[in-house]
Design a protein around this ligand. Structure first.
Ligand SMILES: [Zn+2]
Length: 324
């Protein structure tokens, strides 16, 4: 491997585990290198902290708004940049009057009147990058790897053109390595399942929520008279209000499993994304799953999956880990 890329490799693979700042910082630099081309007129390439900060915000925004992934060992005191990101997400939710997650890249902060909030957030992030992140990234076990030069006062990072091009050429490799290391860290801070799948899905813009209609035929088995009842309030649901709900939130599970799906009224569903299921609901769902297992054709894969879930007590276990 090229010596310069090898230094990056070492820094990423061996960096410490307090929080994920180094991951967003490194990833932002590699992403910015994609804009550098061979016919760039100067021998020195400059990246501005402002551009880096915006990318850091993007990475954290997408991970947090979809999956609420925790970014440090100390849950009570999230890292500064994560706190700033969460604050901006909350302002955004309030403004939109909805907690529906939206990718950072799709949001026009100007058009929804959040220009100031956005720039204040970026400014604060720049400050933290200057103080805590930019120089630490180059340090490993007491050695400094001079992979770039810094001007912290002006908020600039300098690369030789040659090195910037090397980052660009090896971007696939470096992105993969950063995501791998990031995932390792997240697995230390989070108990939620499928973390590497979540990180990849966000990166590849493939967070699709598939239709839950295919589960109707099973849940319907519980309502032999054809009158569907809401799992939460117990009232009848008419067709146009019918919704299938993940009792343990989808954002946590990142998976659609029959053992976790119930009917509920449409409004009740969308309002309570990420809310904590009550113990009583978990107990009722456990009972429901046992009843449902009796009703399902035992020659199907879905029967097997439900049976395994009941035997292994997935519901309780994921609920306990979700509660944290
Ligand atoms: Zn209801």
């Amino acid at each position: 491997m090229n010596d310069y890329v090898n230094q990056w490799h070492k820094l990423i693979l061996n960096c410490s585990f307090d929080n994920t700042y180094k991951m967003v910082w490194g990833k932002a630099l590699v992403e910015l290198s994609l804009n550098v081309s061979d016919d760039y007129e100067n021998d020195i390439v400059v990246f501005k902290f402002k551009d880096i900060a915006e990318l850091c915000l993007k990475y954290y925004w997408n991970q947090i708004i979809y999956f609420n992934l925790i970014q440090s060992a100390n849950i009570k005191k999230p890292p500064e940049i994560v706190g700033i990101t969460k604050q901006l997400i909350n302002v955004y939710f309030e403004k939109r009057d909805s907690v529906q997650p939206v990718r950072f890249e799709k949001i026009d902060f100007d058009s929804i009147g959040l220009t100031n909030n956005y720039f204040t957030s970026v400014k604060k992030i720049i400050k933290t990058l200057k103080q805590d992140v930019c120089w630490r990234f180059m340090n490993l076990n007491g050695n400094t790897y001079e992979i770039y030069q810094l001007n912290r006062v002006e908020g600039k990072v300098y690369f030789t053109k040659q090195n910037a091009i090397l980052l660009k050429i090896h971007n696939d490799y470096l992105f993969t390595l950063i995501n791998y290391r990031w995932t390792q860290m997240l697995e230390g801070f989070n108990y939620s399942p499928r973390i590497s799948r979540k990180v990849r899905a966000i990166d590849e813009d493939k967070i699709r929520r598939s239709s839950l209609k295919k589960f109707h035929k099973y849940i319907d088995l519980l309502f032999k008279d054809g009158i569907r009842k809401c799992f939460y309030c117990g009232e009848t649901i008419i067709e146009k209000d019918l919704s299938v709900d993940h009792v343990i939130p989808w954002s946590y599970m990142f998976s659609d499993d029959l053992w976790n799906l119930v009917y509920c009224h449409k409004g009740e569903n969308s309002e309570k994304s990420n809310r904590m299921p009550l113990e009583n609901d978990i107990l009722r769902l456990e009972e429901r799953n046992k009843v449902l297992l009796q009703e399902i054709d035992n020659n199907t894969k879905d029967f097997d999956l439900l049976q395994i879930a009941i035997e292994k007590d997935y519901l309780k276990q994921f609920w306990i880990s979700f509660k944290g």
